[in-house]
Design a protein around this ligand. Structure first.
Ligand SMILES: C[S@@+](CC[C@H](N)C(=O)[O-])C[C@H]1O[C@@H](n2cnc3c(N)ncnc32)[C@H](O)[C@@H]1O
Length: 264
């Protein structure tokens, strides 16, 4: 397991993710997450690491008949974006809190969503224990995360791509966290009801795509790491954009979705 330190999401990250998460690949990820959650009228749901609040907003729309939606995050700038996004919904609330110390009573929630968060969390045993603790008996969690080892990103220099992606993975506490979910879910006393992949496949690095909006972020991160200077990082991005002009761009990445239930 990696010992990378957890990333802090500042206001620049909040702005970037707010834009990036409007991409069709992220819209599809939310559709699949909502489908897996099957929220019922009157239910209470917690969105752990709610980020800019796109999913929270969809949940607020579905949480009819006194249902309530709570978003938590460790980033104040993210919470500000999420609060603004959901301001018309009186059934939502937001709190600054950590996935490993949830400020809720035992067995108090019908459902929990955790999307693209656990790859930033060092103590997952504690995070999963907290997840299980706050769920009501019979309640369910939908957990979605990426495994960066599923990445296929075409480049004219495969060795350089491998080197750059190995460094990029250090941005996460565990860039391949999804493969650990079966064990973590089971050891937290939850039962896996369903597991599936949510693939992203993109043939263009346009700004409106997930990979296109991620490209400048990867370039910025790589500059100065592992012997890569800013010009070399930029050359890597330029190569991918040049491939695109020839119709040779290909990006694919898998996210994995798990539905876990607390026994009655
Ligand atoms: C990539 S964003 C995902 C946002 C949102 N779940 C979504 O899919 O749209 C990751 C979010 O997790 C939050 N986060 C990271 N570590 C956390 C922790 N230990 N507890 C709660 N939130 C955390 C970050 O601040 C950030 O807002």
């Amino acid at each position: 397991m990696s010992a990378n330190s957890p990333k802090k999401f500042d206001s620049a990250d909040a702005k970037r993710i707010d834009k990036q998460y409007a991409a069709p690949a992220m819209v599809e990820q939310r559709r699949r997450t909502l489908e897996a959650l099957r929220l019922q009228p009157g239910e209470s749901i917690l969105d752990i690491g709610c980020g800019p609040g796109y999913l929270t907003l969809e949940l607020a729309r579905q949480a009819t008949h006194n249902g309530r939606v709570i978003g938590i995050d460790t980033s104040q700038p993210m919470l500000e974006v999420a609060t603004a996004r959901c301001e018309e919904f009186g059934n939502t609330s937001f709190h600054l809190a950590d996935a490993t110390s949830l400020p809720f009573e035992d067995a108090s929630l019908d459902a929990v969503a955790v999307v693209q968060v656990y790859l930033f969390v060092p103590d997952l045993t504690r995070a999963f224990a907290e997840l299980a603790r706050v769920l009501k008996p019979g309640g369910r969690a939908v957990i979605v995360d990426t495994d960066w080892d599923s990445l296929v990103w075409h480049s004219s220099d495969a060795a350089r791509m491998d080197h750059h992606i190995a460094l990029w993975k250090k941005r996460y506490v565990d860039a391949t966290v999804a493969r650990r979910f079966p064990g973590l879910i089971g050891r937290a006393g939850l039962t896996i009801e369903h597991a599936d992949a949510i693939p992203i496949v993109e043939l263009s690095p346009d700004e409106a795509t997930y990979s296109g909006s991620q490209l400048p972020e990867v370039t910025k991160y790589l500059a100065g790491k592992g012997g890569i200077d800013p010009a070399q990082a930029q050359a890597w991005e330029t190569d991918l954009r040049a491939l695109a002009t020839q119709g040779d761009y290909f990006f694919a990445l898998n996210r994995f979705v798990f539905v876990a239930r607390k026994p009655r």
